[in-house]
Design a protein around this ligand. Structure first.
Ligand code: ADP
Ligand code: MG
Length: 246
């Protein structure tokens, strides 16, 4: 579904992404791991068009998207969340998701009608699937950190993506919230037939849920493979994992 081939991105003379390769199959849950500063967020920005690559090719569903702007990539079915949640804090939870559903349908103008009865079922379905239906009328800014991260995923789902990219979805969460969030993400992948690419620093989470893991170091891909293969790779251990995961 997604192929990243030898992608490069330089900031000044600093090579933030320096030969990254990635392959994501339809329906897969794929993790990108690597130390802080390895280039994971930059790679995601390149895939979703926030940044343009200096070199290399990105193909999504057999189409070259390397030079497309963000909104065009989004319309093709590739949505993302950010490392820092990106929500409308003063709107209700419901409204945050409804806005996204409406904009996907090209109906954003309808938002200013007195009674906003549009896309209610669809919005509620999404809220249900991320476990926020009971908090639909809460002001988004009043949600816990974990719930705000889930709301951001709900907003991304409003775009009806085929593939979802999540940048550290459990960052700043307690162990309990992390477990619950990952369970929800796994469930989303199954029930909605979503393909999910994420990066995450919690190695237990990564090795538990991923079908495939790509390891980045200094902007380059060291390896991509099944968790069992990545765990025993000597380059990975040297670069990153330490003996705990041998
Ligand atoms: P990760 O997400 O793996 O922690 P990032 O992709 O955020 O890594 O960053 C990779 C490197 O690129 C870091 O050293 C970071 O400081 C640098 N970097 C990221 N974005 C920029 C930018 N816009 N300008 C300059 N340097 C950047
Ligand atoms: Mg990052």
């Amino acid at each position: 579904m997604l192929q990243v081939q030898d992608i490069h991105k330089t900031f000044g003379d600093f090579k933030a992404v320096n030969g990254a390769n990635l392959s994501v199959g339809e329906g897969e849950l794929v993790a990108v791991i690597g130390p802080n500063g390895a280039g994971k967020t930059t790679l995601f920005n390149l895939i979703t068009g926030q940044l343009k690559p200096d070199q290399g090719k990105i193909t999504f569903m057999n189409e070259d998207i390397s030079q497309l702007p963000t909104h065009k990539i989004c319309l093709k079915g590739l949505a993302r969340s950010f490392q820092i949640a990106n929500i409308f804090h003063r709107l209700s939870v419901f409204r945050n998701v409804q806005v996204s559903v409406l904009s996907q349908k090209g109906l954003s103008g309808k938002l200013f009608r007195p009674v906003q009865k549009v896309a209610v079922t669809e919005t509620n379905n999404i809220l249900e699937s991320v476990g926020l239906i009971e908090k639909a009328q809460y002001i988004a800014g009043s949600l816990s950190h974990g719930d705000q991260r889930m709301l951001e995923i709900a907003i991304a789902l409003g775009n009806e993506p085929k593939m979802l990219i999540l940048d550290e979805p459990t960052a700043g969460m307690s162990p309990e919230e992390t477990a619950a969030t990952m369970a929800l993400i796994q469930q989303l992948a199954e029930t909605r037939g979503l393909t999910i690419l994420f990066c995450e620093h919690d190695m237990d989470v990564v090795f538990n849920v991923s079908q495939s893991i790509m390891v980045m170091h200094h902007g380059s891909t060291i390896i991509q493979g099944k968790p069992e293969a990545v765990r025993v790779d000597s380059d990975v251990q040297e670069a990153y994992l330490g003996d705990d995961y041998a």
